[in-house]
Design a protein around this ligand. Structure first.
Ligand SMILES: [Zn+2]
Length: 541
């Protein structure tokens, strides 16, 4: 296997990809080298910025330099001894409609120049096209992919099987399913550039996850043209392992300054929000005064520093199990990114299936958006599918979450314990205490120390959606279990009446007794009275 996964969070992974020029670590960014204009030399990309790989365009090399890269080999030609990936000219097809090279020619050319990772000549789907046109691009790309295996001669190159279909998700699914049957080492999602230019990151989420659902998880996925650091964490979280960026140079040409939260025009900046080696000694004014060429180089280098730094943060977030928090933080950079984050709800089960849910760190929940993070979904499934209350449990005592965790160590719980004790052993034995708590819903007492039920922090007061979620979980739990009565301790300071109402409705539906005690106004005496009333009425022989 050329790809080995070392660490995971969400669908993101840190991996080792073996190429004939050495092993590289993913998630990996390939800066795009335009052989015509070298703003930052490939050598500098490696020595100064630490890039292990670059990508260049085999079609442009062939057209412009013909045999020179063949004679020298692409590494020597570029002056780069890391991994070199080549694209085939598919992007030029998208822009110009057609190109002057056939698939066998460009495959052979990539073999002759010695690319480490090379791409077949796929037909990009693009953005504004009909289902019918999109179908044609998928069919033709698949035809070429199959034909390619009859013409390739080198096995030491990692070949990329691109997935097309654009925003037509049925076609993306078909394309990915068929591509995965072919022995490619790497896959790529084609033509997302226009989706990203239109800021339709929500569509991108659907495209990437549709591809991921239908591709072998052990093969790395490249996202073509995803070069802006503000969306790296999202793309990585969705399972993209490889990226290329021409944006660092394209933006530099337009005097645009990248940050991990978006892009600024150089002329709009009074301060550089960056401590990279370029920015630390410069001011926007001074850079504006440079010659256009100097300015472009300055910006290209700064943009690269920003990309490198953000990718390192994303990797560290994977290691720490905090990728969700990182994605959520970046999603606040632009509403379009936040829409994309919300879109994850429609894929929550898939993400949960492949995400590690045990972590070394606690979780931070900021809002209802966290309700579809995998740890929450995982717990809900486990509780509903696998959990059985103790056999002695006849009455469910639902207590609200406390600030202190685990809840059973909180002062408030002591009071409940005393109340139960004063009922006498025989009766207290029949009480099953569960907590209702955001974001996990119902937490049985005996589980409240299990990760991550105590190992998290949540923002109070809870937002409306979160309260509703917890209320629904309470409902579902009561309706599934076989208690004979429920006593709900209601905390009016933290909870509105939603949980109370839902709880009463579910009890009514089940035909079981329901008692509610307002713990702030009524106090422990009433908890006792209410519990006693319910217990004696329903349980005493
Ligand atoms: Zn900088």
């Amino acid at each position: 296997m050329s790809f080995e996964i070392k660490d995971k969070d969400l669908l993101g992974r840190i991996g080792k990809l073996k190429t004939k020029s050495g092993t590289v670590e993913t998630p990996l960014l390939f800066p795009v080298i335009n052989p015509n204009i070298q703003l930052v030399t490939p050598r500098k990309l490696k020595d100064t910025f630490g890039f292990e790989a670059v990508i260049t365009n085999a079609y442009i090399l062939k057209k412009r330099f013909q045999n020179k890269p063949v004679k020298q080999g692409v590494h020597k030609f570029l002056g780069f001894d890391g991994a070199v990936m080549t694209d085939s000219g598919a992007y030029q097809i998208l822009v110009y409609g057609d190109i002057e090279v056939s698939q066998p020619e460009i495959v052979q050319y990539q073999e002759r120049i010695g690319s480490d990772i090379a791409t077949i000549l796929d037909i990009p789907t693009g953005w504004k096209i009909t289902q019918e046109q999109a179908t044609k691009t998928v069919t033709e790309t698949l035809k070429r992919a199959k034909a390619f295996f009859k013409t390739k001669t080198r096995d030491d190159i990692l070949w990329v099987g691109p997935v097309q279909g654009g925003r037509h998700l049925d076609l993306v699914a078909k394309s990915a399913t068929e591509m995965s049957k072919l022995p490619f080492q790497v896959h790529a999602l084609g033509s997302p550039t226009e989706v990203m230019e239109n800021y339709r990151f929500d569509v991108l989420v659907d495209m990437i996850l549709t591809a991921k659902r239908n591709l072998p998880p052990e093969r790395p996925l490249h996202l073509f043209g995803a070069g802006h650091p503000f969306m790296f964490s999202l793309a990585v979280a969705l399972g993209c392992d490889l990226f290329d960026s021409a944006a660092y140079a394209l933006y530099a040409r337009e005097n645009r300054y990248m940050t991990e939260n978006g892009t600024w025009r150089l002329s709009e900046l009074d301060y550089f929000p960056c401590q990279c080696p370029k920015c630390v000694t410069a001011t926007p004014k001074a850079v504006m005064a440079k010659t256009p060429k100097e300015r472009e180089t300055f910006l290209a280098e700064h943009n690269l520093h920003v990309c490198v730094a953000e990718l390192k943060r994303v990797k560290q977030a994977i290691r720490d199990g905090r990728l969700w928090e990182h994605v959520e933080m970046r999603a606040h950079a632009h509403p379009a990114l936040f829409i994309a984050l919300k879109k994850l709800k429609t894929h929550e089960d898939f993400i949960e299936k492949y995400s590690p849910t045990a972590k070394k760190s606690g979780l931070f929940f900021f809002s209802h958006v966290s309700l579809f993070r995998p740890e929450v979904i995982h717990y809900r499934h486990r509780l509903m599918e696998r959990y059985c209350p103790p056999e002695s449990a006849r009455v469910l005592l639902l207590a609200p979450q406390t600030r202190k965790k685990p809840f059973h160590k909180a002062y408030e719980f002591n009071r409940i314990k005393q109340v139960a004790k004063s009922l006498g052993e025989e009766l207290s034995y029949k009480i099953h205490v569960c907590f209702y708590a955001a974001p996990f819903g119902v937490i049985p007492l005996e589980l409240d120390e299990v990760y991550p039920l105590s190992q998290h922090e949540i923002v109070l007061p809870l937002d409306r959606e979160t309260v509703m979620y917890v209320a629904n979980q309470v409902s579902e739990y009561i309706e599934q279990a076989n208690y004979e009565a429920v006593v709900l301790l209601h905390d009016p300071e933290q909870w509105d009446t939603t949980v109370k109402t839902k709880c009463a409705k579910s009890c009514q539906k089940k035909g079981i007794a329901c008692g509610v005690v307002d713990i702030k106004t009524e106090g422990s005496k009433n908890i006792l009275t209410c519990l006693e009333k319910v217990l004696r009425k329903h349980l005493s022989e």
